[in-house]
Write a protein that binds this ligand. Structure first.
Ligand SMILES: NC(=O)c1ccc[n+]([C@@H]2O[C@H](COP(=O)([O-])OP(=O)(O)OC[C@H]3O[C@@H](n4cnc5c(N)ncnc54)[C@H](O)[C@@H]3O)[C@@H](O)[C@H]2O)c1
Length: 322
């Protein structure tokens, strides 16, 4: 007889794309203990098998978690499917050709996930993440909250790190968000930034760590934007911090946490913007984005958000042309 005190649930995550980001995420997720089962898939079977073997050999040291290779059919009972599949830029290939190629890959994966009968949430991480989140949403046919992009959760973490370094305080006392496009048009929402509950505008004049804080703010914001370029120049790609940002979003979904995170979501008249996916403060829970928080942004922040929306709409229009 079944013990009624034991809940029959499985926190299953399927990861499509076993490259650097997908595998690093699996490693961090297994270590976190928040998933019961992790299924890794990739069109490159050798890579998929190798990554899975490398991970399962750590099962002795991970909290209890099942790890195996699979296919997209495994999504049917997953609570979360994560897309990290993508093509790398080939010599001579333009940025637009690459976007079109990745839009085709993400679009067909999203269709297959929907066909599997999955009832969970889809998280897109592959770049350009906001464009691909929109493509995945449309191709899956799912309701908007269930298809999210990792958006600027990583960029917000970079921002908090830089602020904590500059102000010489614990990063956990720094609360701050980068909003808009995950890319060149992203911006710091200074109006939402606080240190230990003290708004940054009140904190800066009393902090005494620098005298030219207005200039320092510009430099920090630019450093956040340039972070990925610097890492890519040094080592070719980024994987660790993004993997952890993905685990943070995963926790909000698998545990139904109602966390406020700057994930990429479809806007429909929110902040006066419609029909693009970009990052704004969202309540994230077991059904994905349950609501958008329309924080009272300053006029210049609204202008920056609108600029991101224009940039992203142009990218979406350009991929739909022949
Ligand atoms: N959103 C973010 O914050 C963020 C941060 C870092 C990287 N990224 C993006 O994540 C993506 C993955 O990066 P990476 O470094 O892991 O790249 P990678 O080249 O190491 O891995 C990509 C994997 O996708 C697989 N793949 C390609 N087409 C597929 C398909 N149709 N089905 C299944 N698998 C397929 C490839 O075989 C490869 O293993 C890139 O688009 C990258 O730009 C996003």
């Amino acid at each position: 007889m079944k013990n009624k005190n034991i809940q029959n649930f499985s926190r299953k995550v399927v990861v499509v794309g076993a490259g650097a980001v997908g595998a690093t995420y699996c490693y961090a997720l297994a270590q976190s203990g928040i998933a019961d089962e992790i299924v890794l898939t990739d069109k490159n079977e050798d890579l998929m098998k190798g990554q899975v073997l490398d991970l399962v050999h750590g099962q002795t040291f991970f909290p209890t978690v099942g790890i195996r290779s699979g296919t997209i059919a495994d999504c049917h009972d997953a609570q979360l499917v994560v897309i990290t599949a993508g093509a790398a830029q080939k010599p001579g290939e333009t940025r637009l050709e690459l976007i079109k190629k990745n839009a085709a890959i993400t679009g067909s994966i999203a269709e297959e996930i929907a066909k599997s009968g999955c009832n969970g949430v889809m998280m897109v991480v592959s770049n350009p993440v906001d464009v691909l989140t929109y493509v995945a949403l449309k191709r899956s046919g799912w309701e908007k909250g269930r298809v999210i992009g990792s958006g600027t959760v990583l960029d917000s973490s970079r921002f908090r790190h830089l602020l904590s370094q500059h102000c010489d305080v614990d990063v956990h006392n720094v609360h701050a968000y980068i909003l808009g496009e995950h890319g060149d048009s992203e911006f710091a929402a200074w109006s939402m930034t606080n240190i230990a509950g003290i708004s940054i505008d009140e904190y800066c004049p009393v902090c005494q760590k620098c005298s030219d804080w207005k200039k320092q703010r510009e430099l920090i914001e630019q450093q956040v934007r340039d972070s990925a370029y610097h890492i890519i120049n040094y080592k070719g790609s980024t994987q660790y911090a993004v993997g952890l940002a993905m685990v943070r979003i995963t926790a909000a979904i698998l545990r139904g946490q109602n966390s406020i995170l700057s994930v990429s979501t479809l806007l429909e008249s929110d902040f006066g913007i419609s029909d693009v996916c970009l990052s704004v403060p969202c309540v994230v829970s077991d059904k994905g984005v349950s609501r958008i928080i329309e924080s009272p942004l300053s006029q210049s922040e609204i202008a920056s958000l609108t600029h991101s929306a224009i940039v992203l709409r142009q990218a979406l229009d350009s991929i739909s042309k022949d």
